[in-house]
Write a protein that binds this ligand. Structure first.
Ligand code: ZN
Length: 413
């Protein structure tokens, strides 16, 4: 257990925060510190073909130890942490034999991780938890995933009696700013399929995510002196608010769950002359996703029809752009890749929790680039903030899941 804790801590104490405003890859230079350390570590444990490309993507191979043909599979994790919360100077705390009570993360600042609020904690009574000191995030997202992949490869090298085909490992930058898959060289990776180790609680197995689009809607107004405005002024801010009021009121993130999609207004800025509304559209169903996009265009059309005489031109300009798609479409035709992961968990006494992701993963983009890629738990909770924690037992289980997947894949005819 100490070995996996030490490995995890050696990763999270390196600041790898990504930055959406940067145009370089990786978005921040400091990510390369960990990337290069991983290269050295992968070589040291005995992996082959260890490479890092000019964009910081790390890849490595564990060669097959069997004669017969076997699919090549991969395991992927991201080494950046979110810019939403600081990842500098992470000081992990280790709570042994967790008693099910409050955990004081920071006495001075009175920051407490409590099962009264974070009920998931209670399922880890008696286990070893790694938490923050209340001033940073932890970075279990996704350094737990990296820890598990490296540990599983090390285990396989030390246990040649476990038969496996060719295994590939991939570590990516910039996942948290949505670019982890952008420059991932799927061809070079050369796998039949892969798994991202980037889910949360033990048992999670995900192969469905949202279809996603972003809309930018511009409202044109007409500014006239308010004293002489009757019948002349068009206040674009009021138009925008009217438009928003026509969106389905119950289809918003705070009122939906599971497979329910939504419209989500993420920004408004305006003046009388011009107002811009930004919103995102999410839906698991491809058909409903299309309908949602059409709805925005139809609504814009209706506004334009109504105002065309007075304004003499389009008053609403709606631009809708697709962002990513549901990987289900790419995974279902090769569904055995989900079944293998499910079987691996069951054989290890882990109850698979299969549920749709209300978001996207690197795996969904990779699936559309030709590498079907479901997502497996990495074990952490409360990502992207100071309450983030990970049970060491979950990381050990995830490591075992990787080994088991490899075994089952090799044994499958
Ligand atoms: Zn992640």
């Amino acid at each position: 257990m100490q070995h996996i804790i030490d490995r995890f801590i050696s990763y999270v104490t390196i600041d790898t925060e990504s930055d959406a405003s940067s145009n370089t890859t990786p978005s921040t230079k400091k990510q390369l510190v960990l990337a290069n350390l991983l290269v050295e570590e992968l070589k040291k444990i005995g992996l082959e073909e260890v490479t890092i490309d000019e964009n910081g993507y790390v890849m490595a191979t564990l060669a097959s130890n069997i004669e017969q043909e076997c699919p090549t599979i991969g395991f992927i994790a991201h080494y950046d942490t979110t810019p939403d919360f600081t990842g500098a100077n992470v000081k992990p705390q280790i709570i042994q034999n967790y008693d099910g009570g409050d955990i004081v993360l920071n006495k001075e600042l009175n920051i407490i991780l409590s099962p009264n609020y974070f009920k998931d904690l209670l399922q880890y009574k008696g286990q070893t938890l790694i938490t923050t000191d209340g001033t940073t995030l932890l970075g279990a997202d996704d350094k737990a995933g990296i820890t598990e992949i490296v540990s599983a490869m090390e285990y396989l090298i030390q246990h040649p009696e476990i038969k496996h085909g060719k295994i590939r490992v991939g570590f990516t930058p910039d996942e948290e700013i949505g670019r982890g898959a952008h420059k991932f060289d799927v061809e070079k990776f050369g796998c039949d399929w892969a798994y991202t180790m980037d889910g949360s609680q033990i048992g999670e197995l995900e192969y469905e995510n949202f279809n996603a689009a972003g809309a930018k809607i511009i409202f044109k107004g007409k500014s006239v002196h308010p004293g002489y405005a009757k019948g002349k002024m068009i206040n674009s801010m009021l138009l925008a608010s009217k438009f928003i009021s026509k969106l389905p009121k119950k289809e918003i993130p705070e009122k939906t769950k599971g497979y329910e999609g939504f419209f989500h207004v993420v920004g408004i800025s305006g003046s009388i002359e011009e107002t811009t509304v930004e919103l995102i559209i999410r839906d698991h169903s491809a058909k409903k996703f299309r309908k949602r996009k059409e709805f925005i265009h139809k609504l814009a059309h209706r506004f334009n029809k109504k105002w065309e005489n007075q304004f003499g031109a389009e008053i609403v300009i709606a631009e809708v752009k697709d962002q990513y798609y549901n990987m289900k479409e790419k995974v279902e035709p090769v569904f055995h890749i989900v079944e293998i992961a499910e079987k691996a968990m069951k054989e290890l006494g882990i109850k698979p929790l299969i549920k749709p992701i209300r978001g996207g993963t690197d795996g969904c983009q990779l699936s559309y680039k030709g590498l079907p890629c479901p997502n497996i738990f990495a074990g952490g909770h409360n990502f992207h903030g100071k309450y983030e924690y990970v049970p060491v037992e979950s990381m050990m289980k995830a490591t075992e899941v990787i080994v088991k997947i490899v075994e089952i894949t090799a044994a499958k005819k």
